[in-house]
Design a protein around this ligand. Structure first.
Ligand code: IMP
Length: 431
């Protein structure tokens, strides 16, 4: 069965949206299976920018059906805004192109208030969340009090479910965080307004739909959000998101079995970025980081925050490859490295005086790691006009080969700019 998972192999913002958009030219279905509006993809098509947070990047291709599966958390106001913007730009002509699972978890304004209140109260210890209510929504799901997308259309039981959820949340908001409580009526008014708008996209059982598509050998692309190092269990806890960002999460979030997948593509930048708090061994808090930030326009699509920047970390990349069973890589933003005389690549860490080459998972260890670098030759040439990998200058080609050889995974795609035509294929997808 031709299922392909695309996952971020760093701390998010690797360029998954561009890869999924380009691959969607050949995909029948694109499925989002975890996360919510904390993600943000900026897509540039014919020089026009579109920012997507929840809707899969495949939506820009009219033949592709986009699914938001059960594992996602749905900010229903943001989702409506996103649909409206796509429609206004003539990019979502047919409602059937977008299908939302009845089992996805709903995010309401109080989740966002709680998320932001917690961050404020944490002060210097804050996680640096996107403030989009992701943690509180997944918590509510785990505590079995969440509203699901399908609940929005069950008028009889909606009020009762909201009362149960809000009783606890209002206590926390009022008594612990000194925030205003939220009324059930207020939430019902919001839901009434938004649910009508979203009803045409209601698909009930997206797991069945995906299963049938895979059985009929349709090409299905599973679009991961965030990155491997933000995974709730295996990332840099507690500085992580609240869902699993690894390839295995596609099975759970979409409701399919592992036998349906034949490729896992990891997306990595040619350097590293991170937003929010937490350890980042190769961070360059100096003019190198600043240059990467400015040249790579490293400012968040969701929150506008400037991203922390540094050299490529192969120890972390190998860890991500192992966790997700990544079978090939897409190397993004290689063009940003043009003009550096030397390019450092981290291939080991020093931890408490020892050289280690495996990513350390024990709490506190990563924060004590110092990167050990290998220095490679840089190149001066602009890469953005290259049409194939052979067009790249010698040292850029050597950089690509060095990474592929170091992590023992083939690099199938190299990206040299935001446009679709700035994608250099070494091996086509679904080939
Ligand atoms: P949350 O997902 O909003 O709870 O944020 C938790 C952590 O994940 C914070 O460090 C965020 O900056 C980070 N994060 C969440 N979504 C993304 C993303 O799409 N790209 C990069 N970082 C993200």
């Amino acid at each position: 069965m031709p299922g392909i998972i695309v996952v971020g192999s760093q701390w998010g913002d690797e360029g998954k949206g561009k890869v999924v958009d380009v691959f969607s030219q050949k995909a029948d279905f694109v499925v989002r299976y975890q996360g919510g509006a904390n993600a943000g993809h900026t897509l540039v098509v014919d020089g026009k920018k579109t920012v997507l947070h929840l809707i899969p990047s495949g939506v820009l291709h009219p033949h592709t059906t986009c699914i938001i599966a059960a594992g996602c958390v749905l900010d229903i106001e943001k989702l409506s805004d996103e649909i409206r913007a796509l429609k206004e730009n003539g990019l979502l002509k047919d409602d059937a192109q977008l299908q939302i699972s009845d089992s996805a978890t709903v995010i309401l304004p109080y989740h966002k208030v709680l998320d932001q209140a917690r961050e404020k109260a944490a002060g210097l210890e804050k996680i640096g969340t996107t403030g989009r209510g992701i943690g509180p929504a997944y918590e509510e799901r785990a505590s079995r009090k969440a509203l699901l997308f399908g609940d929005l259309f069950q008028k009889d039981s909606l009020r009762g479910k909201l009362e149960v959820a809000l009783k606890e949340k209002n206590f926390l908001l009022e008594k612990f965080y000194n925030e205003k409580p939220v009324s059930v009526d207020e939430m019902i008014t919001l839901i009434d307004k938004v649910a009508k708008y979203l009803e045409p996209y209601r698909s009930r059982d997206t797991s069945l739909q995906i299963y049938k598509a895979l059985k009929a050998t349709k090409k299905v692309l599973f679009e991961g959000a965030q990155g491997s190092l933000l995974d709730l269990l295996h990332g840099t806890y507690p500085f992580v998101t609240s869902s699993s960002t690894l390839s295995g999460s596609a099975m759970i979030g979409a409701g399919i079995g592992p036998g349906t997948i034949n490729q896992v593509m990891g997306i990595t930048k040619a350097y590293t970025t991170r937003v929010g708090s937490g350890p980042f061994p190769t961070e360059c808090d100096n003019e190198i980081g600043e240059r990467l930030r400015q040249t790579g326009a490293e400012f968040g699509a969701t929150t506008g925050r400037s991203r922390r920047c540094g050299w490529l970390d192969l120890v972390a990349l190998k860890y991500a490859i192992r966790l997700s069973g990544i079978t090939s890589l897409a190397l993004m933003k290689l063009d940003v490295l043009s003009g550096f005389e030397k390019i450092d690549v981290c291939n080991a860490y020093e931890l408490d005086g020892q050289r280690i080459t495996e990513y350390p998972v024990s709490p506190g260890d990563l924060a004590r790691c110092k990167p050990l670098y290998e220095s490679l030759n840089g190149w001066k040439e602009d890469l953005t006009q290259a049409k194939s990998v052979q067009d790249l200058p010698r040292y850029a080609q050597e950089y690509v080969q060095f990474i592929g050889a170091s992590v023992a995974v083939p690099i199938d795609v190299v990206s040299v700019g935001p446009g679709r035509d700035q994608t250099l294929w070494i091996k086509p997808l679904f080939s």
